[in-house]
Design a protein around this ligand. Structure first.
Ligand code: AMP
Ligand code: MN
Ligand code: MN
Ligand code: MN
Length: 303
């Protein structure tokens, strides 16, 4: 089990817990290094950091930026970003500003198929009105009995081609990576397996084109272990990480109890043959890992 969790959400975006409660849950579950990565917002970082330090954890300033690349919506996680970096603050503000109008269109789409009052209902779930999004809609639609859980609501109402789906232009890939790298952070392509699943997904050829662009713009890591991936996908994306010389990251993508496959801090180990992303900011980890690999090789050689 890993004691790093580098992707999770508080109620500053679409998580259920306030930052300090999220940190408390992570600490109870043995997380030693935690990154809070709210969607398009860094407002929870200061609170989370205080709570994490009080518990003796290492805290990483993070964010998950919504990106439009070709016809796809992608998520790019920034780790160790500087929350006072002006281009990052302004960039995130510019993405957030479109969410309200999008939510109004989503509600209008749902009203057309007979479900009214969704904007007011979803807004009750959005503690931070700037970040209102599909998860808040999903929780409200479950509340009023339109589906039995958040996953089924997405399938029926909130994905491409469904009545509550509204196409949206998020940040460009180069801008998102630029804001992260400019602030001193590491850009991680989040849950790549998600982009290869479902009706409008990309194939292997497009994934390779994406990874070429991602690395060319300064992206350095791929999320390998995440709630969105099956064990086969851990291995598949470990291969992509090696092929594109990317570091590997891991995070639960926890939103709330019962809402993601892995709870916070309950992640399986990264595959052995990848370089963990924390080597980029923990030189000691590099030494430890390469020593461990050497030791393993010696053991093999010696039988
Ligand atoms: P938005 O940024 O408003 O488009 O919302 C995206 C969020 O919706 C993601 O971060 C997830 O939390 C959630 N989400 C997306 N797809 C699904 C799905 N199929 N099942 C459950 N939650 C999902
Ligand atoms: Mn989310
Ligand atoms: Mn995501
Ligand atoms: Mn996420």
């Amino acid at each position: 089990m890993l004691d790093y969790d580098l992707h999770c959400h508080s109620d500053v975006s679409d998580g259920l817990l306030p930052p300090a409660e999220l940190v408390a849950r992570a600490a109870e579950r043995g997380v030693r290094v935690l990154a809070l990565t709210d969607h398009d917002d860094i407002d929870g970082l200061a609170q989370a950091r205080v709570a994490a330090l009080a518990r003796g954890m290492t805290f990483i300033n993070g964010v998950e930026i919504s990106v439009t690349w070709r016809s796809h919506t992608l998520h790019v996680v920034g780790l160790n970003v500087d929350p006072s970096w002006r281009p990052l603050i302004d960039g995130l503000h510019s993405i957030r500003s479109g969410r309200r109008a999008r939510a109004e269109k989503m509600a209008a789409g749902l009203a057309k198929c007979g479900i009214s009052g969704v904007l007011a209902g979803a807004s009750r779930y959005a503690h931070n009105p700037d970040i209102i999004g599909r998860t808040h809609f999903a929780r409200y639609l479950v509340e009023v009995g339109q589906a039995r859980d958040v996953k089924s609501v997405f399938k029926r109402f909130l994905v491409k081609g469904k009545p509550g789906y509204v196409p949206h232009e998020w940040a460009s890939l180069s801008d998102a990576i630029g804001w992260i790298r400019g602030s001193g952070g590491v850009a991680v392509l989040a849950h790549p397996g998600r982009y290869m699943m479902g009706k409008h997904s990309m194939g292997a050829k497009t994934m390779r084109e994406l990874l070429v662009e991602f690395t060319a713009f300064g992206g350095q890591a791929l999320e390998v272990v995440t709630s969105s991936h099956s064990p086969n996908q851990f291995a598949e994306f470990a291969r992509y990480a090696r092929e594109f010389d990317l570091y590997a990251s891991c995070g639960s993508d926890f939103h709330g109890p019962g809402e993601s496959y892995f709870d916070i801090g309950r992640l399986p180990d990264l595959p052995m043959d990848v370089r963990p992303v924390w080597q980029l900011w923990e030189p000691a980890a590099t030494a430890t890992v390469s020593q461990a690999v050497e030791a393993a090789e010696l053991t093999q050689v010696n039988g």
